[in-house]
Design a protein around this ligand. Structure first.
Ligand SMILES: [Zn+2]
Length: 325
């Protein structure tokens, strides 16, 4: 292996707060994955960072998402469980939660006669992106789709854009489980920019939609363990605290000095003002959640999320500013 030409050494990088034990999941096996039973014939797989799921039935296996970081280990996990349960290991159906490559980039490992299912926008985006690793789904839906395989039922639903325009809710009514990816990170803060989300209002409202389903187990797509109702509640409080703090900071930071200092450079005024609002809004949230949510002390995550939410408050909800008389 050659080392990259540039970049810091690990010893030069900052130390962060220890990860709360409650944020970590089960140990991985020698191949680098963990497969666990969610309920009955529904299983989840993790590499400690990404999550996928599959349903074993008498008629074949249904796979939900194929993160490339799990990759071939997903096949190994399916084979291992199918052999242990004496059911076929043939993957007959593949469901995309959304079009992003980091959750679907190993979809092409399941080829042949597999029926791929996804939201109609997932199909449109995958055709646009043209990544051979993520074949576009042949079966699509607009609002709802009931998938029945081998006596099991899965309810797919789209309730509007959130993290991505096409992110769907995958409900397993017979398994007391909801799979909903890239909004709540069980036990951890969202990463940059509202967890890299495109529709901030949709993202903020999504946990309430997730809670409107009956479930005991929540497959959230990231990190090493399944999520609980408590995880969703803490996430909602974190986002609500950012929203309240952003409102307070927008109302209390005086923009005038920044624009006076910027003079003709109005963008300098914008930067000074919005940076000050962001810093004031994010600081108490970072302090409150350090030690509660893993990686909350990586301030840039909360600051960039705060910036996005503060902008959404201005631009989506309004007002963006006073109306000129
Ligand atoms: Zn995503």
């Amino acid at each position: 292996m050659t080392s990259p030409a540039s970049g810091p050494s690990a010893a030069d990088l900052p130390d962060y707060a220890p990860i709360p034990q409650s944020a970590l999941g089960p140990a991985l096996n020698e191949q680098g994955y963990y497969v666990g039973r969610v309920e009955r014939n529904l299983y989840w797989v993790t590499d400690g960072v990404y999550q996928s799921a599959f349903l074993t039935t008498g008629d074949g296996v249904v796979v939900f998402d194929a993160p490339p970081s799990i990759g071939g280990n997903l096949r190994r996990a399916v084979d291992e469980i199918a052999a242990a349960n004496g059911v076929p290991n043939t993957v007959t159906h593949f469901v995309y939660s959304h079009h992003h490559a980091d959750h679907g980039g190993a979809a092409s490992l399941f080829d042949g006669d597999v029926i791929r299912i996804g939201h109609e926008e997932t199909r449109r985006l995958l055709l646009r992106d043209g990544d051979p690793a993520r074949p576009a789904p042949g079966v699509t839906f607009k609002d709802r789709y009931s998938l029945n395989v081998g006596g099991d039922r899965v309810e797919l639903a789209w309730h509007g854009p959130n993290h991505s325009p096409d992110n769907i809710y995958i409900h397993f009514p017979g398994h007391d489980t909801l799979m909903f990816i890239d909004v709540v990170n069980a036990g951890w803060v969202p990463i940059y920019n509202v967890n890299l989300s495109e529709d901030v209002m949709g993202y903020m409202g999504a946990p309430a939609i997730a809670l409107s389903y009956p479930w005991k187990h929540f497959i959230c797509g990231h990190l090493g363990r399944l999520a609980t109702h408590d995880d969703v509640a803490v996430h909602q409080q974190y986002i609500a605290d950012i929203e309240a703090s952003a409102r307070e900071a927008l109302a209390s930071v005086d923009p005038v000095p920044f624009y006076v200092a910027g003079g003709q450079n109005v963008w300098a005024g914008v930067k000074g003002h919005l940076d000050a609002v962001t810093e004031r809004a994010a600081a108490p949230v970072i302090a409150k959640y350090t030690g509660v949510l893993a990686a909350a002390d990586i301030g840039e995550f909360t600051r960039t999320t705060t910036f996005q939410i503060m902008q959404s408050l201005r631009l989506d909800r309004g007002p963006s500013g006073p109306v000129h008389p």
